[in-house]
Design a protein around this ligand. Structure first.
Ligand code: UDP
Ligand code: MG
Length: 315
């Protein structure tokens, strides 16, 4: 079994050497083959030249350098594309994760497809980081149905085929377990160490919470309705149209049977509005259905994922 370790680095010149040393120590002690993939996410300090030096001396290291800062998710995605291990482990490049946890992660990997680290004793500021994270984890667990204590922990291990066909966008790397659940993978969680950041600066603040929240909406929508958008927009559209129709009918009867003037009634406006909104929702759903067909048919995207096929060898 080969392990690929993927590490995103953005201005981590003070950490990269020590991280490499510790990682090397842990990986050499294991029986399996390994590679280390450093992804430099457009650092403006000397991070990449340090990585380059490491790579020159160590053939098990791969160094990828981005032209500019594309973000942590993109860095992970590049690492996944280049990794050729059977298991892919990700961790942060700032020494907040502990490379010594990797063997335990791999051990837990034996009977599942994703092992997620859980920073039970997380060493980050409470108000700006831990509190939003607690709320976010509860919310993501509830909405996606994949219960994890710590979606944000970078220290995770994935079976190769889980990440190989994944396309990541935005801040999406934290949602890999939720998305992968759709493929039917098995996920476990183990407690891992966590340390305060001793050197270098954190790249994130409270503003990330908003991005994560919006990504959650995207993920939820895509997971539940990506192959049937009309099922999402349709019911709202139908209900709205129906309500609008009833209101209009009621007003029409009043006008015709009782001869009352209805031109100045606010209800008239509401009825018309509900009908129009309803039709638009249904139209939106139908456009969605067309987009889905274009997407799946032009790109040959399957709507299912196969583990293996038996009895198909000679075809
Ligand atoms: N990182 C990155 N690109 C970015 C921001 C961060 O590759 O645009 C890397 C960073 O170098 C570190 C990891 O992602 O290895 C986590 O970043 P950070 O420690 O700043 O996040 P925090 O631990 O504060 O959530
Ligand atoms: Mg950090």
């Amino acid at each position: 079994m080969k392990v690929s370790v993927v590490i995103p680095l953005y201005n981590e010149e003070e950490n990269v050497m020590e991280l490499y040393g510790r990682l090397k120590h842990v990986l050499e002690a294991m029986k399996s083959g390994y590679e280390i993939i450093f992804v430099d996410d457009g650092s403006t300090d000397s991070t990449f030249s340090l990585v380059e030096k490491i790579q020159e001396k160590d053939s098990r290291v791969m160094a990828i350098s981005f032209r500019r800062n594309f973000g942590q998710t993109a860095a992970f995605a590049a690492g996944f594309d280049y990794a050729d291990g059977d298991v892919i482990v990700t961790l942060d490049g700032d020494l907040q994760n502990d490379p010594a946890d990797i063997p335990r992660l791999l051990e837990a990997m034996k009977d599942c497809d994703i092992v997620s680290g859980w920073r039970k004793r997380r060493k980050d500021p409470f108000i700006s980081r831990r509190l939003p994270s607690i709320i976010a984890n509860r919310l993501i667990s509830k909405v996606t149905g994949v219960e994890l204590h710590d979606y944000g922990c970078s220290l995770k291990a994935y079976r190769r085929d889980v990440v190989k066909n994944l396309r990541l966008y935005g801040e999406m790397h934290r949602f890999i377990p939720a998305v992968a659940k759709w493929y039917g993978v098995k996920i476990t969680e183990i407690e891992t160490n966590h340390y305060p950041r001793l050197r270098g600066k954190s790249k994130y603040g409270i503003s990330r919470t908003m991005k994560v929240l919006l990504d959650l909406i995207t993920v939820k929508f895509l997971l539940s309705f990506s192959t049937k958008p009309l099922q999402f927009f349709g019911p709202v559209g139908l209900l709205s149209s129906l309500a609008g129709f009833m209101i209009s009918l009621y007003l029409s009867l009043e006008k015709v049977l009782l001869g009352r003037a209805i031109g100045g009634r606010p209800l008239l406006l509401l009825g018309a509005l509900l009908i129009i909104v309803g039709i638009q929702f249904i139209g939106l759903g139908l456009i969605g259905e067309m987009v889905v067909r274009v997407y799946h048919e032009s790109q040959q995207k399957p709507i299912y994922v196969i583990r293996k096929v038996l009895g198909n060898e000679d075809k």
